[in-house]
Design a protein around this ligand. Sequence first.
Ligand code: AMP
Length: 131
Amino acid sequence: NIFAKILRGEIPSIKVYEDDATLAFMDIMPQVEGHVLVIPKAQATTMYDLPADAASACIKTVQHVGQAVQKAMQIDGSTVFQHNGAAAGQTVPHFHFHILPGSLLALKGHATEMGDPAELQKIADKIIACL
Ligand code: AMP
């Protein structure tokens, strides 16, 4: 996949930070100015198969780079998100965090309705049964 190629140096990327376990680089199709991606060097497709040490390294890099993104873009907030699987909108099958200066919900809109507690409990019960 394209991020594995970036890690192997086979295709270029605009790097902002690199250490032994992670790489941070500019998203080629930014959703807003200052959109950065953080990836582990270890192979993993989603959060669910990401080894704990790689997850920890990614969070550390997100903390470091995310604060620099906020400072550089002169905004006192950012959104960190990631997709797990094509059904969630993941297009590159190598785990990655997005760092987005400002609010993703400002682009998408906040939910406006409260859930029905009885319905929420039913769904919670289904989830609990699968744990
Ligand atoms: P996702 O939908 O979470 O899989 O996001 C993949 C992201 O990778 C998208 O925001 C793309 O714009 C970005 N992307 C795809 N190819 C490249 C690339 N070669 N360099 C940098 N970002 C890329």
